[in-house]
Design a protein around this ligand. Sequence first.
Ligand SMILES: Cc1ncc(COP(=O)(O)O)c(C=O)c1O
Length: 480
Amino acid sequence: MANGRNGNANPASLLQKVGKIPRRVREDCYACTTVIDPNLAWLDGKDSRITVFEGGKRRSLIDASGGVSTKNLGYGNEGVRRVIRQLLRDQREVFGYPHHDMENDYALNLAWLLSELAPLKVDKEVVFANSGTEGIEAAIKLCYNARAKSSGQNRRRKDFVACYGAFHGRTLGSLSLTCSKPIQRENYPTNAFTNSHIHFPARHPFFVYDDWGDIQYIDYTPNEYIEEVKRACRKGQIDIDSVNAVVFELIQGEGGVNVASKEALQDLVKFFKDNGVFVVIDEIQTGLGRTGKLFALEHFNIDPDVIVLSKSLAHGFPFSAVVYDANMGWTEKGQQSSTFAGSPMGSAIGLEVISQLLSNGLLPRAYDLGERILGPALRTIAQDYSEVVHNVRGIGLMHGIEFWNPHTRKPASQFRNEVIIQARKRGVLFLDAGISAIRITPPLTIGSDSENKSGNELGTIIDVLTESIQASRRKMKRIQ
Ligand SMILES: Cc1ncc(COP(=O)(O)O)c(C=O)c1O
């Protein structure tokens, strides 16, 4: 026991103490290894801002990460609040009968809507889950299920291919695909199935960890990605006839905001499909308008078999959806399920999120803000501070800026971390991504001067980033 007590205390007296125990004591028994800083506690949010408790005080920060892309519609969204209030008013029990055992109308409506909207050129089905990683697990099982229904060699396809730098989740199936930071895999089995990693077909040079946790600098032409995969197949490093599915993000989020090259991705998808491999697209971070399209897939003109959505789908309520070729789907009772998947609450919010994204002009706006304001401003920063900025990449409101030391050609992770610290002092919360990048994924509703809105949080993000780079330059003698 972290707090050293024996658990014999009177339960009623414990209940009276809840909420009165010093923060330090409560922290001792709370296990979460990914908190940004124990001195920073989340209190509330409105639009693009969050209220936090920091150093004993309440502060307001602009959240340049958009709640790690869960708040595409902005914090405290009125439509989402209305849906929640309506469910509370109309139903005595808003979470329903365990959703795996009885259908509800909200889930049916959302499944239908997603199957109509998802850019897959096949008859579609949808299955729900409770988190990103669970959606990926469902997609993995779906691919196995489809193989079990097939014949000949296809029946024996068990292996998976994913990309270096990928983040697909932390449960053991999805973790076997994840390859973003060594610490995420250390200590755990990552062989839920035979898996290989290939280089993410980025349209720009970038840093990434390899199988041994060493940092590699990748600067390929679009053609080199497919050539490398074909070489791996020829050498037997990938047994293409045993590969069940390949899983791609379109923009690696956690891996460093690496944007796929359309040409290189198309070549890879064609190669895998020609060889009978299913293609799964993880749109958990890129979906729901982040890139200015409902699905980032719409930028890439590829034809996958499976799409996974989560994060902003239910505005941060734990929820995910897998949209797939109906031919792959489950036919027997009991083959795939989860107690809470397809909850009325998650489904009703999902319907509201999609409705707002499609009706409020948010998608073209997100694209426009990214291409006309955020991207150009970041590129100007890259030019002005070329002694520390490697490059800028992104689509719509999903952008990243990567730092390096151009003399050593090494990533500048410590410098990146200092920029994040400086920015927080100045009122903007940035999240890291990859080895030495910062990700900028604000809510799609973020205020921008270009529209004469009262708030210009996008402009503030850019100004604070510039000031924070300057301050970090002054503070750090060596760029590393
Ligand atoms: C692209 C992508 N896939 C999967 C996941 C895993 O989602 P979750 O943390 O909800 O399990 C994430 C989370 O950041 C993600 O960004």
